[in-house]
Design a protein around this ligand. Structure first.
Ligand code: ADP
Ligand code: MG
Length: 423
């Protein structure tokens, strides 16, 4: 065991140049290499990719990595290929490849060159691919962003639903599922859908002690936000709005007020969208006003504030969106504007949806309202929602929210929480 561990450190150094593992990476990798199914719940930036990249690199055969976004896959493939002097260690397989390119990928896999094969779930069901993959040596499956399987997650993708059947058709090998989502409901859903209720679970704390959480009533909001941004002049920040129209309007309003801001939403021309995102990443622009389309895969370490012009639809989304602040461990102010009327609008919108979707939506809204209206530590509230206990007096980041640094009134917070979450 210890010999193997020493060896893993050597491989880590050799491939990635890191001298120590982060968090539970080593145990995760060790167990995966010993044939166990693994479930990893680790916040964004925790180092999940390495948990399947390293074992893939040192295993016989090819690991199949399922990931939802082509852009994310491409980044990773480039990164992995950059680790090695040889070409073809990692490949993406999808329908954008022409015949020659596909053949190259297949050849590299057959020749044992390719250690990581990235695929989107909708590609994996293609018969040509399935037939090929059935006959080659697969080391294990990695399901990244595994919360996409669950309707309770913040980014449900129906194509993820059938993964289990596809995996079973290809090979009987270990599966590692990874996500930065931690709500017990999503966790349960992932394990059941992937048939991995016996998996070893590795869960790290979701506490982000450097983030300051604040909720304000939605009054004079435009003025309040302009004031806030002016107090943080020159710093990077994101303002989330629910509608594309609002994004456009508010980006303009900020510009009129002398703030260096640009809009981002899925309705913008692809070129404009990419250009705006790049300007934000390159610090040519301070503030991005965006819908939730902005963020997945964005890794800007020094985002100093995340403002929610409109309240998010779930506490999970809120956590993910605010999680983009303070990645470098520095200041991260998370300010959300709350108006019960906005929630009513969202409820009306949900009323038009199919029953199951509506019920899930309403339950998620309920939890978000609970967060907005609570008088307890917001950090404690969020972590409780993720199934984690937090000491609001001595815990790491205990004073970092409006309610804790400036308590509204003395009240039994535990009772408050129990009622809101209907326990
Ligand atoms: P996640 O997928 O959990 O959000 P990533 O896999 O993208 O996180 O990793 C986040 C960052 O941490 C990356 O820059 C990665 O290179 C770095 N990292 C991962 N493992 C280690 C390690 N053992 N030592 C140092 N840096 C690491
Ligand atoms: Mg990741």
């Amino acid at each position: 065991m210890s010999a193997k561990k020493a060896n893993l450190s050597g491989e880590l150094k050799k491939y990635f140049g890191f001298s120590t593992f982060k968090g539970q990476q080593e145990q995760i990798i060790d167990n995966l290499l010993n044939g166990k199914d693994i479930f990893v719940l680790m916040p964004t930036g925790g180092g999940k990719s390495l948990c399947y990249q390293l074992p893939a690199l040192i295993s016989e055969g090819t690991a199949i990595v399922v990931s939802p976004l082509i852009a994310l896959m491409k980044n990773q493939v480039d990164a992995v290929n950059g680790l090695s002097s040889e070409d073809g260690v990692a490949h993406v397989l999808n329908s954008s490849l022409n015949k020659t390119q596909t053949k190259q990928v297949f050849d590299d896999i057959k020749n044992g060159k390719t250690k990581l094969l990235y695929v989107a779930p909708e590609s994996l069901i293609k018969d040509d691919y399935l037939d090929f993959l059935k006959d080659v040596k697969i080391s294990f499956f990695a399901i990244d962003e595994a919360h996409c399987i669950s309707e309770w997650g913040h980014d449900f993708r129906p194509e993820y639903r059938n993964l289990k059947q596809i995996i079973d058709r290809i090979a009987n090998v270990p599966v590692i599922a990874l996500t930065a989502t931690a709500t017990p409901k999503v966790q349960d859903d992932i394990q059941k859908t992937l048939g991995m209720t016996n998996a070893l679970v590795f869960k790290e704390s979701f506490n982000r002690p450097n983030l300051y959480y604040e909720v304000c009533p939605k009054v004079n909001i435009d003025k309040e936000i302009v004031k806030f941004i002016n107090q943080h002049k020159g710093k990077s920040g994101i303002v989330y709005c629910l509608s594309r129209r609002k994004v456009e309007e508010f980006a303009q309003l900020l510009q009129v007020n002398g703030i260096n801001a640009l809009p981002y939403h899925a309705g913008l021309d692809q070129k404009v969208r990419v250009a705006n995102q790049d300007k934000f990443l390159m610090e040519e622009v301070d503030v991005i006003v965006a819908t939730i389309a902005f963020g997945m895969g964005i890794d800007k370490p020094d985002v100093r504030f995340v403002i929610h012009y409109d309240f998010p639809k779930s506490l999970e989304s809120y956590y993910q969106e605010t999680g983009r602040a303070g990645r470098d461990g520095g200041e991260g102010h998370c300010l959300a504007f709350y108006d019960p009327k906005d929630i009513e609008k969202l409820e009306k919108f949900l009323a038009q949806k199919p029953v199951s979707e509506r019920e899930i939506g309403l339950q998620l809204l309920n939890e978000v309202v609970g967060y907005a209206e609570t008088s307890m530590s917001r950090r404690q509230y969020i972590l409780y929602y993720f199934g984690e206990s937090f000491d609001p007096v001595n815990g790491d980041g205990a004073n970092m929210c409006d309610n804790s640094s400036n308590p509204p009134k003395v009240k039994d917070a535990t009772e408050d929480l129990r009622k809101t979450l209907e326990l």
